[in-house]
Design a protein around this ligand. Structure first.
Ligand SMILES: *Cc1c(COP(=O)(O)O)cnc(C)c1O
Length: 483
């Protein structure tokens, strides 16, 4: 790789990227105490800055440059149309404190998005407040708590969840003050019903389940699970991060759920992965509708306004959630319509099953049954003494972003019969040619593992940063190359 000089090496005293226009207002000097003279910033031209950031961006992998099968994260193509829509001046330049009469279009968009999200899973109402999936979970659990307190059952102190759950599920539950009980999974990757029954009782506030679960499997006994939890007075919470598998095919309310969150940035295509912004709306049935976080958009005659639900758990976010992400999701809904949204899920599931079978020729697939939008392969190659991480790092040399590693957490930490998960989610936007190239790379790596395991152990060989000592790197963060 051609090593561009570092931006600090290009610095030349007095060089400027922009010429500031003469101010149109009288100037005043900042107080001396607010000024510092030790700020070591490079003095460079605009082109130097553009090259600097473009170089940096090329050292990264992204959906726009590579196949990115990072399981559970739904790294699908983000249509540029959504970006154009989010930048329309009426959306971009509106302010949440403007009079409602002057932002009727924005409120209508929020109202329709609430309605569509509720309808997609058979629910009654939606709040767009939460800023991410984990934030939606937190809203959901706070609503469950408010619901139980409202019925004088505030002593319920336990949230049940399967051991395949995403880490945010137990984190959310304990942040909301609950005791978390983790349930084992059975041979087929479903929640173990016997263990569930043993842990049910008047202490249960809710059960949280990801559906399809993080093994990429549909919970085959979900109706029975919902029935049992409801029978003891608990609520059913659905982590809807995996909605890319189910749109137009199954509705979570029909499966017995009372509340769910969406990850708009995943399923409905907003660029994500760099830490945000996201959007995690919560949809609920009539039991929980009065407790929704607010304000939410309502329609009176032909006017739209923001209102606080009757027994709302309150605000979770300044103003009205991450509006720009909602606009992108709205554009995605509009561009696809109900028939195509269903096709999105059908192709996502088809692509995952195609890869599951192809990769299954070379790797062990611990739960080898029809999967949903993702599947888990065993990444531990015991005979060669190789780890999931070694396979993933070698994939970088082949030009692919690795799958999710070590999630869900396997043996011996959980009851799951996988040791080191490689969780692969291809998404519907990838072509068969790309899936074939990925499967061929995985096969080639399996062969290399037998013939030259060090090649994997020392990978990646072509990336700007080679294999780092993860423990050391985590303890001694070095975030810049120089100075
Ligand atoms: C991504 C994800 C979450 C968390 O969502 P964020 O938007 O990242 O907060 C929760 N559960 C599952 C299963 C996920 O994949």
């Amino acid at each position: 790789m051609n090593k561009e000089p570092l931006i600090y090496e290009l610095s030349s005293p007095g060089r400027r990227g922009v010429a500031m226009p003469e101010p149109q207002v009288p100037t005043t000097k900042l107080p001396k105490a607010m000024l510092r003279d030790d700020l070591n910033l490079p003095e460079v031209s605009e082109m130097d800055v553009v090259r600097h950031y473009t170089q940096l961006s090329r050292q990264n992998m992204g959906v726009d440059t590579t196949f990115y099968p990072l399981g559970s994260c739904t790294m699908k193509y983000n249509p540029r149309l959504n970006e154009a829509m989010a930048r329309l001046p009426g959306f971009l330049h509106s302010h949440p404190l403007q009079p409602e009469a002057s932002v009727q279009g924005n409120l209508q968009l929020m109202y329709e998005m609430q309605t569509w999200l509720a309808e997609l899973n058979g629910f009654t109402a939606t709040s767009l407040q939460p800023a991410a999936g984990a934030h939606g979970e937190f809203a959901g659990i706070l609503m469950a708590r408010a619901y139980h307190r409202d019925r004088d059952e505030g002593e319920r102190d336990t949230i049940l969840l399967p051991d395949s759950a995403h880490g945010t599920n137990p984190a959310t539950s304990s942040m909301a003050g609950y005791r978390v009980v983790e349930l084992p999974s059975d041979e087929r990757g479903n929640v173990d019903l016997a263990a569930l029954k043993e842990n049910l009782g008047p202490h249960v506030a809710a059960m949280m389940i990801t559906i399809p679960n993080t093994l990429g499997l549909f919970e085959e006994q979900i109706l029975e699970v919902s029935r049992l939890v409801h029978e003891c007075g608990g609520l059913m919470y659905a982590d809807g991060a995996n909605m890319n598998a189910l749109m137009g095919i199954a509705r979570l309310a029909d499966l017995g759920f009372d509340v769910m969150h969406y990850n708009l940035h995943k399923t409905f295509s907003t660029p994500h992965g760099g830490g945000g912004p996201g959007s995690g709306p919560v949809s609920v049935n009539e039991k929980l509708a009065p407790f929704l976080p607010g304000p939410i958009a309502v329609k009176e005659g032909d006017q739209y306004q923001m209102e606080m639900p009757e027994k709302s758990i309150g605000r979770l976010k300044a103003f009205h959630g991450n509006f720009g992400v909602v606009v992108r999701a709205y554009a995605y809904f509009m561009a696809h319509g109900p028939v195509e949204l269903k096709a999105v899920s059908e192709y996502a599931v088809l692509n995952a099953n195609y890869l599951r079978v192809k990769i299954g020729e070379h790797y062990q697939i611990p739960y080898d049954r029809i999967c949903m939008h993702e599947f888990v392969a065993e990444g531990k190659l015991a005979e060669e003494g190789l780890r999931a991480l070694d396979i993933s790092k070698r994939l970088i040399d082949y030009g692919f972003h690795p799958p999710s590693n070590y999630f869900p957490l396997g043996t011996p930490h959980t009851s799951l019969k996988v040791h080191e998960a490689l969780m692969v989610e291809p998404t519907e936007t990838e072509s068969r040619q790309t899936l074939d190239r990925f499967a061929e790379a995985m096969a080639a790596i399996r062969q290399e593992a037998r013939e030259n395991p060090d090649l994997l152990r020392e990978a990646p060989h072509t990336a700007p940063v080679e294999r780092v000592d993860e423990v050391h790197a985590a303890k001694n963060l070095v975030l810049c190359r120089t100075v």
